[in-house]
Design a protein. Structure first.
Length: 765
């Protein structure tokens, strides 16, 4: 592999921009104006590229409107997000106590920018922040603000935190939105912090106390206790209030501005973040015309691929006909945050292109209207120009995958509880990163949508999906009865949707494994043990083969008793795998295949004591079941998905990929061969297939930020053709060239020479 210099990177993006510029395109503003005039499709279905200058209180005195208007054109921006009101008003508001920006000085900055955007053909989101207010409003309406357990108000710096159950959200904010609509007619509203205080900061104000008392007949619980039904009711009550606010805000904006004047808040690309903020993603998406995604940067543990996954996960709830613009920070977001320092260009670019591959729409984002570090201004330009030239391939398409990875927010809340990062996020991360590493296309699927969505899959994966309702379990069972495969890990199906322990796995008959009747049912102890245990333990592979492998031999080595199962392919020279967890005995049904068994922990230090005290047990780590109707079921009580998410050991990822291939009957729609870490996203449109290949091969892949790109390739690609796709010709949208393909037995085969950051192959003809 060759390291790319910054000059090579800029040369490639310049060539891509030149190629796009050569295409005879109508200007974005003119195209937007024509679309709006036709009234054929609402604006929120075709506004694909967004821009935001998040205005600070000093910006009204220094905002260079003319420069930013030119920047909208340079970045092919179709929609602008402009600060309007909430904490701070950027227009001369008449609403009492609506704090005007410090240096507004009578200027109507929001009005100027809104008018300029409309003149340029852009859609406008009036950006709000409803989370807090200044002391004068607190003194006038103390009942509008959140209270701690001791009755003191919650504060953030000089501002007071507002309560989502108060008239502030039901009267004050709606009045501001109506004023903005009447004066400026924005297309809609978005709100950066609309959901009120989160789970870690319960509110005990009179408004909350009265409403909860009316609902339950009880006071708000003073202590966190997940085993208490009243505490769980408080959690659910908070979720429902956020849905009520979503509906109320849309009623207000549509009544004031018409049916297409939508309110869309903002949401996180992290399910744990949604949980902490009481935002039920599925319920929100059922009510949303679009999702504005406040998801600006990666973490080292998740990587760039999480952005593509976020797009697929949310589209699975929202639908693939709707849009999900994502705030993509041009500054150093994440940890640490440096809002006025430009993020390295390769870091931004990989985050953007992986999000686009997952179906997100680009939205450049800056804090402040004036910057001394000006490198950020060029960063999004080539990506958005490329997006503009190829947008027909990037929307209105259907994802192709035969593997569905099942999730639910209730599993995060009621099983994960306060250990969700370890119990839920790590297994998910390990499983999905194993699929990315193996270049196996997958789609997230919500447990409540299995009946609707599961028909496209040949296998379902339950990565420690412990808390499941009876209806969700029944949907999985019907999937297997129809011939589908199943891979379940850890404690999947062992808890109800409320996090209460069942006596046995709800799918024990499919797992052909059962909880021992004598096992203590202390569910909290089980959770803690599962969440925290790290041990010097191993798994033994069956049958053992070391007697035929080169190396020292001793008397009594086990004789070879048969061939290894295909799921153990690649491990022919070892009889053990590192594990690191703890397993308990299970009762297996007759005929169950236990291919991995537990080797209990033994000392790692000092080396003189490091030898296996109990080299073999009958405690199963992997159990396989081939059902009478031909379905393949793998149950992995040894939670290697969680281990892979934490430890990144290649053996764990390889075994997880083998299990997925086996349960899917090797019915996978894509094969990509070649060295490197490549994130693959496959789609279909009438008459063609669209394949995104994101090159994540980088020294900074697991430690942000990336400072340079590393070229990878060549890659040999095989794509299973959908109906109507002939697959003889391939157009490379980044390399800007056409290549030929070979079609054989319903597959299109071709080679991609090299990839710097990403490539998109359109297979057609």
């Amino acid at each position: 592999m060759l390291r790319s210099t910054r000059r090579e990177f800029l040369k490639q993006t310049a060539l891509a921009s030149t190629a796009v510029a050569a295409v005879p395109l109508m200007s974005v503003g003119a195209e937007n104006t024509a679309r709006r005039a036709s009234n054929a499709v609402p604006w929120y279905r075709w506004t694909l590229r967004w821009g935001q200058t998040n205005i600070t209180e000093i910006d009204p005195g220094q905002y260079d409107v003319a420069w930013w208007r030119e920047y909208w054109k340079r970045t092919e921006t179709q929609g602008a997000i402009i600060n309007a009101g909430g904490i701070v008003a950027y227009y001369p508001s008449d609403i009492p106590f609506h704090h005007r920006a410090e240096r507004l000085n009578g200027r109507d900055l929001f009005g100027e920018l809104c008018k300029a955007a409309h003149e340029d053909g852009l859609a406008v989101f009036a950006r709000m922040d409803s989370s807090r207010a200044y002391e004068d409003l607190y003194q006038a309406h103390p009942d509008w603000f959140a209270r701690r357990n001791d009755g003191q108000p919650y504060k953030s710096e000089e501002c007071f935190i507002t309560c989502i159950n108060s008239p502030y959200y039901e009267e004050h904010i709606p009045a501001i939105m109506r004023e903005i609509v009447e004066r400026y007619h924005p297309e809609g509203f978005t709100d950066n912090s609309w959901a009120g205080l989160g789970r870690s900061s319960p509110c005990f104000c009179d408004n909350c106390q009265k409403r909860f008392q009316k609902r339950t007949g009880h006071e708000i619980p003073r202590e966190k206790n997940w085993s208490d039904a009243l505490y769980r009711e408080w959690i659910q009550w908070n979720y429902e209030r956020r849905v009520e606010m979503w509906e109320l805000n849309n009623q207000v904006t549509k009544a004031a501005g018409g049916a297409d004047c939508i309110w869309v808040g903002m949401n996180s690309g992290s399910i744990s973040g949604q949980c902490q903020s009481f935002r039920d993603f599925r319920q929100i998406c059922r009510r949303a015309e679009m999702i504005m995604l406040d998801h600006q940067a990666r973490t080292d543990s998740d990587g760039f691929q999480q952005n593509g996954e976020a797009g697929k996960l949310i589209h699975g709830l929202l639908g693939w006909d709707k849009l999900i613009p994502e705030s993509m920070a041009m500054y150093q977001a994440g940890k640490p945050v440096f809002r006025y320092a430009s993020k390295p260009e390769p870091e931004v670019r990989l985050w953007m292109v992986d999000g686009i591959a997952g179906g997100l729409q680009p939205w450049w984002h800056n804090v402040g209207a004036y910057h001394e570090d000006r490198r950020r201004y060029e960063t999004p330009v080539p990506v958005l120009r490329w997006h503009r030239g190829n947008e027909k391939y990037l929307v209105n398409r259907t994802p192709v995958a035969t593997v569905g990875v099942v999730w639910s927010q209730r599993n995060m809340d009621f099983y994960g509880r306060d250990d969700a990062g370890v119990l839920v996020e790590l297994p998910w991360r390990g499983m999905t990163q194993a699929l990315v590493r193996a270049r196996i296309p997958y789609l997230p699927v919500h447990a409540d949508d299995l009946e609707r969505d599961a028909t496209q899959f040949t296998t379902l994966v339950l990565p420690n999906l412990a808390a499941m309702s009876d209806a969700q379990v029944a949907a999985v069972r019907r999937f297997v009865e129809r011939g589908g495969g199943l891979l379940a890990t850890g404690q999947s199906t062992l808890f109800s949707e409320n996090g209460e322990a069942r006596a046995d796995f709800a799918l024990a008959d499919l797992f052909v494994a059962h909880v021992m009747a004598s096992r203590a049912r202390d569910e909290e102890a089980t959770r803690r043990k599962w969440a925290t245990e790290t041990a010097h333990s191993y798994l033994r592979l069956t049958p053992e083969l070391r007697s035929q492998v080169d190396g020292p031999h001793i008397q009594g080595e086990p004789k070879i008793s048969g061939e290894r199962h295909p799921v153990l392919r690649g491990f022919e020279e070892t009889d053990i795998l590192a594990f690191g967890g703890i397993l308990e005995q299970l009762k297996l049904d007759a005929g169950a295949q236990a291919l991995l068994t537990f080797i209990p922990p033994f000392p790692a230090f000092p080396p003189e004591t490091s030898w296996m005290r109990e080299p073999k047990t009958e405690i199963p780590g992997l159990v396989l079941n081939s059902t009478a109707n031909g379905s393949r079921v793998a149950f992995l009580p040894a939670d290697l998905d969680r281990r892979f998410g934490r430890d990144n050991l290649p053996d764990h990822g390889d075994l997880l990929a083998n299990l997925v291939r086996w349960t899917a009957g090797d019915q996978l729609p894509l094969s990509v061969e070649g060295a490197g870490l490549i994130d693959c996203h496959l789609y279909t449109q009438p008459g063609r297939m669209i394949l995104h290949l994101i090159n994540l091969t980088n020294a900074g892949t697991w430690r942000a930020p990336v400072g340079e790109l590393i070229r990878a390739g060549p890659f040999r690609v095989r794509v299973k053709l959908a109906a109507g796709a002939h697959g003889r010709n391939v157009k490379l949208l980044v390399g800007s060239k056409n290549i030929s393909a070979r079609v054989k037995n319903g597959w299109s085969e071709f080679e991609v020479g090299s990839i710097l950051d990403h490539e998109v192959a359109v297979v057609e003809g």
